[in-house]
Design a protein around this ligand. Sequence first.
Ligand code: 5GP
Length: 192
Amino acid sequence: MKLLEDRILKDGIVKEGNVLKVDSFLNHQMDIDLFNEMGKEWKRLFEKEEINKILTIEASGIGIAAVVAQYFKVPVVFAKKTRSINLDGQSYTAKVESFTKKKVTDVIVSKKYLNPGDNILIIDDFLANGCAVNGLIQIINESGATLKGVGIAIEKGFQDGGRLLREKGVRVESLAIIESMDASTGDVVFRH
Ligand code: 5GP
């Protein structure tokens, strides 16, 4: 998606350790006009799928998913990273290793909000090694719901998450795929 690629080139900052900072428009300050355009694009891409729920993960996925959901006219469920709703047997849990924080946390979804018969679209801000998305897929599978696809804003194509998901037959639609990036020069190259 050219709009997102141009914004990454303009405002993204490449950090050491393969981290792209997009705090000024995506995951701290949020550009809602951009999120709306992303929503329209995912709606176009997933038009033929009968999606009835969007699943994301706190915190950065929530804002994007909430705007995008308006185009699908479906509710958003976000996996929580706190234990507050984990009453025994009433929630699904998966372990997710955070790419940016390097620690393993449980992500939790109440059994009330995922059911067999649900057709799910996963939405998240970044795809790196795929831990976050794989945790969500594990939860979907446990619930008996069906995964229809994954919508990612920025995929770092030089990391393995996207390739491994596609090899498993998961439909991944990333709006910008970074082929390479360089912290010393700040250069970002996209895959088309
Ligand atoms: P994965 O689980 O695929 O390894 O990493 C995806 C998660 O880590 C995303 O939910 C995102 O929050 C975070 N993440 C991964 N890479 C980056 C990055 O380069 N920049 C930022 N801001 N977040 C990232």
